[in-house]
Design a protein around this ligand. Structure first.
Ligand code: SAM
Length: 281
């Protein structure tokens, strides 16, 4: 699909990330809490998708996870709604010589149905699975439409691994209360879209519980598992301070490995695993 010509036509959240794309890796890449949470997600992705899998990535940003998976024998079709994110990812893919394993496409989640239609019409093969890391699905209000599209894009039995913000993260509540940001501290409890900001760009995010997300997917997917990402490993709101404590973080990562299943709903993020059970009529 072609990139949308007019940046103002992009969804507000996409516009916000688009503006920060050139600085995205620099801003978040050095934070150890983010690296620890990313490492946990990657363990699950490797365990879920065997070598040789053809995967669709949603909200793939600058391609960090696509390049990681490509280096480990998976093929990834990275999509993101932000043209600048996709452009940055393309530069990194070219620099890594990974063009044979990672392809790129500028597609907002809102237009996933068009991608499905185009691929089905062209007779292109279905993907073995899909994944989305770090909250792209929190940037949309309607989860049913992308779910429907994904049911057309994945093979029967294919898995969708979606990493979304957890519905209640005690680590973030504590951090924000300590900073005197009481109103923000409990925003995840809202069942309505909540104002958010990246740089100077305002948009809204949603905090669906994993069950609510699974309900949106339920006509075509069944919920398989939920895992907490960043249960004791702190959220990025604890940065940059927490990066100064690498040994503490390493210990908290070990704790998270033990509690990620029973305390899944308390994670800064929750990794939701869904399995495609049917296709839209
Ligand atoms: C926090 S970043 C995470 C990027 C990447 N997955 C990572 O782990 O580094 C969220 C990404 O979601 C993308 N995004 C936000 N809203 C989107 C939408 N409606 N459709 C597609 N992508 C979207 C943004 O452009 C951004 O790249």
């Amino acid at each position: 699909m072609d990139a949308p010509a007019d940046p103002l036509s992009l969804p507000a959240a996409v516009r916000a990330f688009d503006a920060m794309a050139p600085r995205f890796d620099e801003r978040f890449g050095g934070w150890r809490s983010v690296a620890a949470q990313r490492a946990a997600v990657r363990r699950h992705l490797l365990a879920t998708f065997p070598e040789g899998s053809a995967l669709l990535e949603l909200g793939g940003g600058t391609g960090e996870d696509a390049l990681f998976l490509a280096a480990r024998g998976r093929r990834v079709h990275l999509t993101d709604g932000s043209p600048a994110m996709v452009a940055r990812a393309a530069e990194k893919v070219a620099a890594a010589g990974a063009g044979g394993s990672v392809t790129l496409d500028c597609v907002p989640l809102e237009a996933l149905g068009e991608l499905a239609e185009a691929r089905v019409s062209a007779g292109l093969p279905s993907f073995d699975g899909c994944y989305s890391n770090f909250a792209a699905f929190n940037c949309v209000e309607d989860h049913r439409a992308p779910a429907r599209a994904l049911a057309r894009l994945l093979v029967s039995g294919g898995r969708a691994v979606l990493v979304v913000f957890g519905p209640f993260a005690p680590g973030e509540v504590a951090t924000l209360l300590l900073r005197g940001q009481a109103r923000s501290a409990f925003r995840r409890l809202s069942r309505r879209p909540v104002p958010a900001r990246v740089g100077s760009h305002a948009f809204t995010v949603t905090y669906p519980s994993p069950r609510a997300l699974a309900r949106s997917f339920s006509p075509w997917f069944r919920l398989v598992a939920t895992r907490g990402i960043g249960v004791f490993v702190p959220p990025s709101s604890a940065e940059p301070a927490i990066s100064a404590w690498p040994r503490l973080l390493a210990a908290l990562e070990r704790v998270d490995r033990v509690v990620s299943a029973p305390l899944a709903l308390l994670g800064d993020h929750v990794l939701v695993v869904l399995e495609r059970t049917g296709a839209p009529a």
